[in-house]
Ligand binder design. Structure first.
Ligand SMILES: Cc1ncc(COP(=O)(O)O)c(C=O)c1O
Length: 397
């Protein structure tokens, strides 16, 4: 990996130490160019005409996302964010009184409030799978839970791969193996893992996967996608349709599209879609194994440096945490730390209980400072960030 070349192609690296890839990654120049040039084309020849001219490239975005996930292009729907994809899939499931949803302790807030709403609406029960000793969702606990409840009463296993509040990487393939054994629908929130590590839906064994473009994939904001396994797709009626997802074939009849795009609507932001396609191809070119190895190495350095500082708490769970690092400094609230880092042009973010309430309450977490490096960050940037945090602690006492 030629880090200097990759950084030269990433305009934001000239201005900031960007350690907020779990918020939104810095777009590389080819992604920005793809968005601009499609907008220019729309302004020059017209929006519909631009989409027609670029029809092959726009269709190619489905193929790119499919390659990224080891899926087929007709199993992909493009979305404006991860939650839209997740919610469109989730709300299409036919829930009945007494159904169970099994989820994880690190589940994302947007997903969990949807469980609560469906529980209120249909009398569905939400059960949380226990963690193992490392803090990861425990596949054996899941197995025991299914045997206890009865597989026929479980409508869905839905978990988060990498939570928003730390470096935990859940054992998604082991959980997939259990889901497959009992033939239970498996929905994976891969928002924070996509673009950060290799992701293969066949190896994971999930039926549905949602992800954002803007984070570790480095695509524009307002992009995301949904994967739905072909065999599952045929039995899913979207909760909302329009005349793109369900074609109006006769006065009193519509026919759903055969492909995953039955979860899309007619109108879309084609400029950002072009950016998403380029971002996915860019990540595939750099290589997801190499991306993961370097991002993890930089995060490990941050973690090690933070752990060496007196009083600093580091909160990442799991045996081998990924590129999200969360910590706290005693007597210095997370928002002040983020603000002080910003004064030194370091981008960080804060993570509070609203995003991961089960985990926050179980571990009694304070609001956390979150640093999320990516492969294009330099070792110098990591050292500089540690220095600034070290001086913050020193100046406090
Ligand atoms: C784990 C996880 N899931 C889902 C989301 C939601 O993604 P989006 O904002 O693209 O809807 C996030 C966003 O931070 C997240 O961290």
């Amino acid at each position: 990996m030629d880090i200097e070349a990759l950084r030269a192609e990433t305009p934001g690296t000239q201005h900031r130490i960007h350690l907020n890839n779990a918020g939104a990654g810095l777009m590389p120049r080819p992604v920005v160019d793809a968005v601009y040039s499609h907008l220019e084309l729309e302004a020059t020849i017209g929006g519909y005409e631009a989409a027609n001219r670029e029809a092959d490239a726009l269709q190619g975005v489905y193929g790119s996302v499919a390659r990224l996930l080891n899926a087929d292009h007709d199993e992909i729907a493009l979305m404006e964010n991860a939650t839209m994809g997740w919610a469109k899939a989730f709300y299409s499931l036919p829930f009945n009184v007494g159904d169970h949803i099994l989820t994880c302790r690190s589940e994302y807030g947007a997903n969990y409030v949807a469980y609560l709403q469906i529980a209120k609406r249909y009398g569905v029960k939400i059960k949380v799978i226990a963690n193992d000793q490392t803090g990861a969702t425990d596949p054996q606990a899941l197995q025991a839970m299914i045997e206890d409840i009865g597989a026929e009463r479980i409508r869905l296993i839905a978990i988060t791969h990498v939570p928003t509040n730390g470096g935990l990487v859940n054992p998604v393939a082991e959980i997939g193996a259990v889901a497959r054994e009992f033939n239970i629908l498996y929905l994976l929130d891969a928002c924070q893992s996509v673009g950060q590590m290799p992701l293969d839906v066949k190896a994971v064994g999930c039926d549905i996967l949602s992800a954002a473009g803007r984070k570790f994939l480095r695509a524009p904001r307002g992009t995301g996608f949904l994967y739905i396994r072909r065999t599952v797709l045929q039995n899913l009626e979207p909760a909302m349709i329009d005349h793109f997802s369900g074609v109006w074939v006769e006065g009193d009849r519509y026919q759903l599209r055969d492909d995953a795009r039955r979860f899309e609507f007619w109108e879309n932001n084609y400029a950002t879609r072009m950016g998403l396609g380029v971002a996915v191809d860019y990540a595939l070119d750099v290589g997801l194994d190499a991306i993961s190895a370097r991002a993890t190495m930089l995060a490990d350095r941050l973690r090690a440096g933070l752990k060496n500082m007196a009083g600093v708490g580091v909160y990442d769970l799991g045996r081998t945490p990924c590129a999200i690092v969360t910590f706290s400094i005693p007597d210095l609230d997370a928002c002040s730390v983020v603000a002080r880092l910003a004064e030194h042009t370091i981008n960080a973010s804060a993570s509070d209980a609203n995003s991961t309430r089960l985990d926050a309450e179980a571990r009694n977490l304070p609001v956390l400072v979150r640093l999320s490096p990516h492969y294009y960050n330099s070792e110098d940037e990591i050292e500089r960030t540690l220095e600034i945090i070290g001086s913050m602690i020193k100046n406090k006492s």
